[in-house]
Design a protein. Structure first.
Lengths: 144, 477
């Protein structure tokens, strides 16, 4: 199985960059068959990037009001209208891939609750702990 | 005194510079004035004061997430000037390679994602689908070419500079990463497909122009001066070169001006209703000294293009037009010719034996109290001018971005469109589309939000002299 893992968010806004952190930690584990990417946001172009993978794992920060430190959800191809074309959701990306190529990889989204979205490049302890748990989840998925 | 009515379009955009448009009518319903207001205050020139000059590339890159490369390069050049150094040739090649990637991705984004939906889906089609998503759904093959062309440009940036957005690659004195042989070969391998897509796009546009020549030749068309960089032999140039100014007839006003001396030629005015400055040619005064920059201007001022396929396209550009293209629509045409040039120039750079050299930086102490860095960003000429104290701290910064140069022109484009489409007190949906389309021709950083994916709320109100709303045109989110 070929997997693409995309960690995205603004890594100048503390916990919003937790997706980048997850990717950096996964890079140290040298997982077979896995491609790692980071991004500020999901753009239309990712509809092309995800083609050729069996699975795409998205990792993003969630708002402080989220119920759990982290969540995992399956992502199905879909398409919603948004205010700007350079903001896409994981479902949009898979939906656009399906439109362009007739098929799309399976998708999983890990949302890690962020507590501090001020300007900076550090992570709150709670978010960092949640990220560690997500990393272990991803490793389990990829080594199962 | 004549009372006026005002039509306000707000927000037109949701960019790194928000904007609105007001169209002023006189008592009999004719357009008396139009204004393109930039209402967001950024403040980079002010909050940079006190920072060490070498930080400026990374600070100013954050002006924009679409064109950080342009600011990085102009800023690095200004820093080079403060250091008083001529950077190593391999570093210049690599910076230009980064720049060609930027031109490719930015122009591809502008055409395929932001403007092609109007052309292919219809100007007056449902806004909810008249966008890149709608394009993907109706013309997936065309959309895919555009996506992959933009991706190639971004791969050039990422491979050369280390990352797609805000690379820290250009630094004072050179660059901080060499290109490996393997990286060079990966980029080379992507060129044929990218060039095929670029040529496809040009043919697509030319077919559209042929079928709609009356509109495309006159869309927001007006006379103006033009400015841009050219090589010593007058050829199109984006990274280095000297400034050339031409008038509405294509006659040269000023030529081979050292960009460091731009203030000898360019003045800047301000208006109380906009945070964006209004540059003008000093010799002609404000606002008569309006000029345009960007792809249309660059092809109007250049004598030739140094690469063969782009030169062929340029010959068609010049044919039958008495050398000057005045229609704002032709920015799209010029943009596509420039993609072809950027790809050919990318090939030339990758074939240069020094592109993989590791002689990429010179270390020096600051020697000069000020430095100017100028490049042709995708949208037009970009100036970064820094003044520093004896410790290298910024005392003052002056940034003139392409959107600024085109400010007067964009105001004028809106006026031309409003004159044609705003009739008396009747507001038509088509007016909104055309006004937005006129702005998109200039591809300011406003373009992202002038083409929101069917969700941009637009409210146009016609208000009488007593402040009563007499008509409303609304496009809801």
């Amino acid at each position: 199985m070929k997997t693409l893992i995309i960690g995205y968010g603004n890594n100048s806004r503390n916990d919003d960059g937790i997706g980048h952190h997850v990717i950096a930690e996964l890079a140290k584990r040298a997982l077979l068959g896995v491609t790692l990417e980071t991004a500020h946001q999901l753009e239309v172009d990712y509809a092309e990037t995800v083609r050729g993978y069996d699975r795409v794992i998205f990792v993003d920060a969630a708002i402080p009001e989220s119920q759990a430190p982290w969540t995992r959800e399956e992502v199905r191809p879909g398409l919603q209208s948004h205010a700007v074309a350079h903001y896409m959701t994981p479902a949009d990306i898979l939906g656009l891939c399906q439109t362009l190529h007739g098929c799309a990889p399976t998708g999983v989204l890990f949302s890690i609750r962020g507590n501090d979205f001020n300007f900076g490049t550090t992570f709150s302890p709670a978010t960092q702990q949640a990220a560690a748990e997500v990393i272990e989840q991803i490793i389990k998925m990829e080594t199962a | 005194m004549t009372d006026t009515n005002t039509i306000t379009i707000n927000p037109v955009t949701r960019i790194e510079g928000h904007a609105k448009i007001t169209i002023h009518l006189d008592d009999v319903g004719n357009v008396s004035d139009t204004r393109f207001h930039v209402v967001e205050f950024r403040g980079f020139e002010k909050f940079s004061e006190g920072r060490f000059f070498a930080e400026m590339p990374q600070i100013t890159a954050r002006i924009c997430g679409i064109c950080p490369v342009s600011h990085l390069l102009a800023s690095a050049k200004a820093c080079d000037a403060i250091l008083g150094v001529d950077i190593p040739r391999p570093a210049k090649l690599l910076r230009e390679l980064l720049h060609m990637g930027q031109l490719t991705q930015s122009h591809a984004l502008s055409f395929f994602h932001l403007s092609a939906p109007d052309l292919l889906l219809g100007w007056d089609s449902d806004p909810a689908t008249r966008n890149v998503v709608g394009l993907i759904q109706k013309y997936p093959d065309i959309a895919r070419k555009g996506i992959r062309l933009r991706q190639f440009g971004q791969e050039v940036i990422k491979t050369t500079g280390g990352r797609k957005i805000h690379p820290d690659f250009p630094v004072p004195g050179g660059v901080n990463k060499a290109l490996t042989v393997k990286e060079r070969d990966i980029l080379r391998a992507g060129l044929p497909e990218a060039m095929a897509s670029a040529k496809f796009a040009l043919e697509l546009l030319q077919k559209y122009q042929a079928a709609n020549s009356e509109e495309t030749n006159t869309f927001a068309a007006f006379d103006s001066n033009y400015m841009g960089l050219v090589r010593p032999d007058g050829a199109l140039e984006h990274y280095d070169g000297k400034l050339r100014f031409t008038d509405l007839h294509g006659n040269t006003i000023e030529d081979q001006i050292n960009p460091s001396n731009y203030l000898d030629v360019i003045g800047e005015a301000t208006e109380p209703w906009s945070y964006l400055k209004f540059p003008f040619i000093k010799a002609q005064g404000y606002p008569d000294g309006m000029y345009r920059v960007g792809p249309l201007a660059r092809l109007n001022i250049a004598d030739k293009i140094s690469t063969p396929e782009a030169q062929k396209a340029f010959t068609e550009w010049r044919a039958g037009s008495n050398c000057i293209r005045t229609s704002s629509f032709h920015y799209h045409w010029a943009r596509l010719i420039e993609i072809i040039y950027a790809l050919e120039r990318t090939a030339e750079l990758l074939d240069d034996s020094e592109i993989t050299s590791t002689d990429i930086i010179v270390i020096a102490e600051p020697k000069n109290a000020e430095g100017v860095g100028v490049i042709e960003a995708p949208r037009g000429t970009l100036f970064h001018h820094y003044w520093v104290d004896e410790y290298g701290r910024i005392e003052k910064a002056n940034l003139i971005v392409a959107t600024g140069h085109n400010n007067l022109a964009m105001n004028h484009a809106v006026r031309v469109i409003a004159d044609k489409y705003v009739k008396a007190r009747e507001l038509k949906e088509g007016m909104l589309n055309r006004v937005e389309a006129a702005i998109r021709c200039y591809d300011p950083c406003l373009s992202c939000s002038t083409h929101a994916v069917g969700k941009m709320p637009l409210v146009v109100e016609l208000v009488d002299p007593n402040g009563n709303v007499v008509d409303t045109l609304r496009r809801d989110a």
